[in-house]
Write a protein that binds this ligand. Sequence first.
Ligand SMILES: NC(=O)c1ccc[n+]([C@@H]2O[C@H](COP(=O)([O-])OP(=O)(O)OC[C@H]3O[C@@H](n4cnc5c(N)ncnc54)[C@H](OP(=O)(O)O)[C@@H]3O)[C@@H](O)[C@H]2O)c1
Length: 326
Amino acid sequence: MKAILFDEPGGPEELFIGDFEKPKPKENEILVRVKAVALNRADILQRKGMYPQPEGSSPLLGLEIAGEVVARGKNATDWSTGDKAFGLISGGGYAELAVIHKDMALRIPEGLTFEEAASIPEVFLTAFQALVWLGKTQKGNFILIHAGGSGVGTAAIQIAKDLGAHVIITASKIKHQRCLDLGAELAIDYHDGPFFQKVLEYTNQIGVDIIIDFIAADYFNQNIDCLSESGRLIMLATLGGSKINNVNLGKILSKHITVVGSTLRSRSIDYKIKLNKEFSEYALPKFEHGELKAVIDSVWDWKDVSQAHRYMEENKNTGKIILKIS
Ligand SMILES: NC(=O)c1ccc[n+]([C@@H]2O[C@H](COP(=O)([O-])OP(=O)(O)OC[C@H]3O[C@@H](n4cnc5c(N)ncnc54)[C@H](OP(=O)(O)O)[C@@H]3O)[C@@H](O)[C@H]2O)c1
């Protein structure tokens, strides 16, 4: 089969379409002819040699796919050839064929395209896990979502709003309108300076109940300053660095703050299956009825994968970047 490969870790120009061994479904897996795959920051890190795939995963890039079932393992009897499936995998999506665990695959909701379906799993599962499992979001909570225009950010805005929370986001100005349209109440351009006073002002100096953070070091002090009493900081990435000096840890104690970190890719398959099940019961009917929306920035032919990676690295996207596998 054809797949997107790279010989040496490096820049986007290293990526090319070449031949790779066809995957075979194990007893709990289905084999999918991939129609669309979404880009993730993890793909960029892996391409640079900074994110080795978890043990037992395909060495190919690609964490979320949508396509048609072409074969199944002996235990995957719920799936038939021709079924339209999408879901999260731990690698191998940048290819004509990919395998997915039968319990991680989901049926594409009525009315959604392959591109829309491919844009859902990684970002919506991450946002659902952060807001529901880790953040324990309650109706009426105030939630600050950093990188609001990102794939995970645009999913988190929608889920938080759907759960009845008030959403504040930070993002580049150009991404604000999309975030407001999705349900954010206040959008802050972090390029204009510190965000914490604006957050405190909006919450009558009380602060937010939950922060969904991807920036880490650069925002840590401000995050602690604008969390409310017993607030929760959910850290999902370190886009702004992972090491900090001059932190007053005393504030974490005196404000009774909880700091939680998570990466979805390294969770066990049992954890992911449980998350996938709970998420799908909550979200799939909402996608079908238009209450949740796949947020696609752009769709690229997979021959243009290098340009698509470059575009993501330049922070140009609002929502997901999709490759069409032709
Ligand atoms: N922990 C997990 O389980 C998990 C799961 C999925 C993704 N992630 C991580 O979450 C992050 C977001 O993923 P994604 O796919 O949604 O990303 P994305 O769509 O590529 O968006 C990332 C956005 O973050 C903003 N940004 C980048 N660097 C920044 C910085 N230093 N300071 C402030 N803003 C910055 C940029 O938007 P602006 O133009 O607004 O600056 C950029 O477009 C990535 O780091 C990804 O690896 C973690």
